[in-house]
Design a protein around this ligand. Structure first.
Ligand SMILES: Nc1ncnc2c1ncn2[C@@H]1O[C@H](COP(=O)(O)OP(=O)(O)OP(=O)(O)O)[C@@H](O)[C@H]1O
Ligand SMILES: [Mg+2]
Length: 328
């Protein structure tokens, strides 16, 4: 007997969203199961926040269906309000700065008709997991650092124990160390409470924390699935050839990129390139031959693991076209 899969907590079925006369999201189909962490990744303007606003039932698809925790966003906005917690990109949208973390939790918890005692218990439990000591819990938010404010906002988003937490760009504005710290805190909350999460990001860095990923490009999904499956679907199936030169010049990079069977080339260190080809092991001798023919002699050549991040670094996320006007 096979174990039953957890129910779907988010389900978009050919959903299209229009704001005014502009199609912002087109034909979006994906799902996430309970307890999963979904990454919605895309460049600025690709439609990430719009997607999140559909999940909170603030926006409704004009075509297709979007269901959150089994509720249709077109019909059950009130139920979705209780089923979701929302952590906006900017803390000034979600917190009262003169209040402490606990006071913010009380203020927002009251809106869900939770008793003061229960709010206190929940907020302390959440803030404890988020690494807050007693002192920090009582400090006004205005005296907290960026990373600490973000954690207070997460506590407020979770105060009514929603099964789904939606976070808009939670790592933006934090340095590398704090970004990973925050993502680890989210993993712990996901583990402890079983909360499903959506992480919106323009950075592929979050992918390693996600159990499922949706890549948005110009309002449509260009790729989706489990991160490992996605890596395997890319050129080289998760492997690349690393080539090291004594002196790596722009001309060398151009020469390597121009080799017909080379799909993509990225810099991977001071004198090294990662070269993406189909079947890296089989192509390694061919690459060496092609380099020799071009008088570009490497000092080292080996097959290495490619990360999801490596491959997509080659993509130009900034080159987004304006969304299409709706005609008639
Ligand atoms: N209220 C609105 N009226 C008109 N156009 C809008 C509106 N909201 C969003 N858009 C447009 O929809 C597109 C997607 O916007 P959205 O905010 O979802 O992108 P995003 O991926 O979240 O970008 P960012 O990374 O910059 O936050 C953009 O081209 C934006 O200009
Ligand atoms: Mg946005």
């Amino acid at each position: 007997m096979t174990a039953e899969k957890p129910p779907k907590i988010i389900e978009f079925d050919q959903a299209s969203v229009r704001i005014g006369r502009v199609n912002i999201l087109r034909d979006i189909t994906f799902y996430t199961r309970e307890r999963e962490i979904l990454g919605v990744i895309g460049a600025s303007g690709s439609g990430k926040t719009t997607c999140l606003r559909v999940m909170t039932a603030q926006l409704k698809p004009h075509r297709g269906v979007a269901r959150i925790a089994g509720y249709d966003v077109k019909r059950d906005a009130a139920a979705i309000h209780y089923a979701t917690g929302y952590v906006p990109q900017h803390e000034d949208e979600s917190l009262y700065f003169p209040f402490s973390a606990l006071e913010n939790a009380h203020f927002f918890g009251r809106m869900y008709a939770i008793t003061g005692r229960e709010i206190q218990r929940r907020a302390s439990e959440i803030l404890d997991i988020l690494g807050f000591d007693e002192d920090l819990m009582h400090k006004p938010v205005k005296f907290l650092s960026g990373g600490e404010r973000k954690r207070v906002s997460i506590c407020v988003g979770l105060i009514h124990q929603p099964p789904l937490l939606l976070l808009d760009e939670p790592t933006t504005g934090l340095d590398a160390h704090l970004r990973h710290e925050l993502l680890n805190y989210l993993k712990q909350l996901n583990y402890h409470f079983g909360t499903s999460m959506v992480l919106i990001s323009h950075d592929l860095e979050v992918v390693e924390y996600c159990s499922r990923v949706v890549l948005l490009e110009k309002g449509t999904i260009s790729l989706q699935g489990h991160p490992d499956e996605l890596i395997r679907s890319l050129t080289g199936k998760g492997e690349a050839i690393e080539v090291t030169f004594d002196r790596l010049t722009e001309e060398t990079i151009q020469q390597v990129s121009d080799i017909p069977f080379v799909e993509t080339t990225i810099r991977s260190g001071r004198g090294s390139l990662k070269v993406f080809v189909d079947e890296p092991h089989a192509q390694l001798p061919n690459l060496l031959k092609a380099l020799r023919e071009r008088n570009q002699l490497p000092t080292e050549l080996s097959v290495v693991e490619a990360s999801f991040y490596d491959f997509f670094r080659t993509k130009s996320w900034s080159e987004q076209e304006e969304p299409d006007e709706v005609i008639a």
